[in-house]
Design a binder for this molecule. Structure first.
Ligand SMILES: [Cu+2]
Length: 159
């Protein structure tokens, strides 16, 4: 009877030891995971402070504008765009046959939008600011002899 009791006590003692180590290791693991969590948030904070680099200095002088230009077809388009490109500083010219409208990009330290109007007018085409050269108009192919009353700078809704 006595012997049995002692054995039971011993068993209890062992159980206590085991549970102690379990608690300890759980505590250590919790501490480690807490620490790694801290490290992660610190890293996130560091990456979010990455400097924003802006390189817009080249684009400051660039202007994009749109204005009306009369014309009929693909050949008109190529003549109008070519004329716009003869102006120094023009980097983009795109004429829309449906809207009768051109979009141009240019370096405004080298030219201005009126120079582009004049170049297009010289090729025979009316813009909303300058009437097209009559002589150049006469020399346009038949399909390109547009109607001078044609509405220009249209939106798709007007069409
Ligand atoms: Cu044409």
């Amino acid at each position: 009877m006595n012997f049995l009791n002692r054995k039971q006590e011993h068993k209890n003692d062992n159980l206590k030891k085991v549970s102690k180590t379990v608690i300890l290791s759980v505590a250590v693991m919790a501490l480690i995971s807490l620490n790694s969590c801290k490290n992660e948030t610190k890293q996130e904070a560091e990456t979010s402070t990455t400097e924003m680099t802006s390189d817009t200095s080249n684009e400051i002088a660039m202007q994009t504008m749109a204005f009306g230009v009369r014309g009929n077809c693909g050949m008109c388009k190529s003549t109008i765009e070519k004329a716009a490109h003869t102006v120094e500083g023009v980097t983009m010219a795109s004429w829309d046959v449906d809207k009768k409208k051109i979009e141009v990009s240019f370096d405004d330290t080298k030219t201005n939008v009126m120079a582009i109007h004049n170049a297009i007018a010289a090729s025979g085409y009316d813009t909303d600011k300058v009437a097209g050269s009559e002589e150049a108009y006469e020399n346009l192919p038949g399909c390109c002899k547009y109607d001078h009353d044609m509405m220009m700078n249209q939106t798709m809704e007007d069409k």
